[in-house]
Design a protein. Sequence first.
Length: 283
Amino acid sequence: STLLSSSPPLSLAGGSSSLTNVKVSMINTVITPQCRVSLLKLLVHTTKLETLEIDGVPYSHHEFQKIETTLIKDVLNNNTSLQLLNLTGLGLNDATSMHIAAWLGENRSLKTLRLTENGITSVGVKKIVRALESNTTLETLDMYMCEMGSRQSSPLPLSPSPPLSPALTLPSTYTHDGSGLSHNSSLTELRVSGFDLAPQWWVSLFKALKHFSSLKELDVSENSFDQAVTEALAEMLSSTQSLEILNIDSCDCQPKALARGLLHNTTLNRCFIYNGTYLLGVM
């Protein structure tokens, strides 16, 4: 479906700087990379973009990918009212994710960010998750199978990470392992699925999630968890006061350690374990 709306009506001929309440939704729509570039060039001139949803075919030519990365960065930097950003299956790489992470750390309007099935690896995932330490509005972060998408595409070599702004550089709380996430109080849904992340990163993430008062749904499926990671997950489950849905499908969790966490949990009503099967309530 395709939706382009604004006030006044969006004109592809230009003159878009005065547009307000702009919503662009092009999901399940066949849109060529060239059309995406044309659309983004138009949206660069808007300052009141509220919704941007695009999915499509990844670029086969690296020069187009460079252009799209630059345009996405410019669109984000020019808009302070964006509430929904969905860039699914575009073949975006770590260079783009670093721009998104820097913007996300300072943004105070976005509620939903979906980056599923792109070419983003664990490097980009860490940047985006770390940006949540200073973001106070994001409610849904969906990075389902981003790295799986990178194995099917040919992402550009990583460009240097953009300099972190003061809003992202928090001397007392900013961390490199995700533990600073405990200061976030807005996130309700987190999906980090199918990534090759070090065990210590997962341990730090689960320790941080213990203190979340808002998180209701967590999807960490298609990852490989060792004993230490499973124990950290179990400890988080024992402490959480808000989590209702957990997806650990195909995570190779250690059964005994996981069972301890589930036994002491009082909030879960669905826990997906393997191949879509789930447990209801406490074990």
